[in-house]
Design a protein around this ligand. Sequence first.
Ligand SMILES: [Zn+2]
Length: 422
Amino acid sequence: MAGSAVLANYLLAGVRAATEDALVPDPKLLDRAKALLEKAPLIDTHNDLPSMLLETKAGDLTSFDMSKVQSTLCADIPRLREGRVGAQYWSVFIESATQRTHTSLHEALREFDVALRFIRSRPELEQARTADDIDRIHQSGRIACLLGVEGGHMIENSPAALRIFHELGARYMTLTHWDNVDWADSATDRPEHYGLTEFGERLVKEINRLGMFADISHVSADTMRDTLRVTRAPVIFSHSNAFAIDPHPRCVPDDVLRLMPNNGGVVHVNFIGAYVSPKNSEWQEKRTTAVKDLHARLDTDEAIAKGIADWEKANLPPRGTISDVADHIDHIRKVASVDHIGIGADFFEAVPDSMVFGLENVTRYPFLFAELLRRGYSDDDVLKIAGRNHLRAMRQMEKIAAELQKSEPPLITEGLRAKWRA
Ligand SMILES: [Zn+2]
């Protein structure tokens, strides 16, 4: 092991010990948080277990005993129980690069298949399609399972595919993932449409008519604003934080947060260090400077790649803490009110290095709520953030869909493919 890596590990161990000491909550607050989460129900709107099931054993569910802790996965029944999860949206996710090979829809169907087989494989789980289902399943002692499609590329410009996804149980679609789609811009791609195209607007309206949430995590700020302008129903951010606390393009700017009360939707905060820690942008700037320096000094791609890897080992990205996540929640409460906050942790890997200290896995939700109680949040606030805000928005979304279905025909026009992708 290189000297710098030994030093980095030593420092990391020190940071861990110090941070974990600071994160031990008052046992009374932790017990109160757990009791409230039993009641709530706690609804998490983003977990990538279906992708992990496909990646680790090609979707062979007989390889996993989900009634026991699975150290190679990001969720299992005992840990969901310990974390007091009442309802979970499992993410149907395929990389947006599949747009280039026109394999998005095919791969999405494999994700739906493994997610549905997983839900049906366990007596502790039941698929929910409505807010009433979530309440009923939670009251029966089982975990309600829903599906969310993470990226509009998966419909391949076809409202027919969108409707079939809804039939399979999808209750939100994130309009983009990391790359733009033909009808909407992503937060992490270059501006191309400057928001939604006219077809993008029609798709949002079809999402409204069907009875799904338009999910505006991952999209550009212009796409967020366009969606909020055209939607007839509450939207969600299934896993997004506040830009004012961590200025990452994936986070939500204040002018958009201010639109949430009028829309009735919910911003579900995530626990990924890069989208949480206020020190993240400073680290990104330092890394950019280091990479420029390496390019100036070194000749070969291999040497530069090794230089970047060494720099990252010696300069670990800031991970953030429970307290930082609570700061995002405080900020959204200040700008949009407590009625528009939810949880969408985004657990996606077995090793928790990307998640903030103290919220490493699905057992840890009560610790975040204990911190909110310590900050003076009321029992009612906790119930709202845990799940009742989501249920309120979902009931409103369902009611609007039922109305729209009486007066509007389905969208049958297929979208055109951009020339460069054709
Ligand atoms: Zn995501």
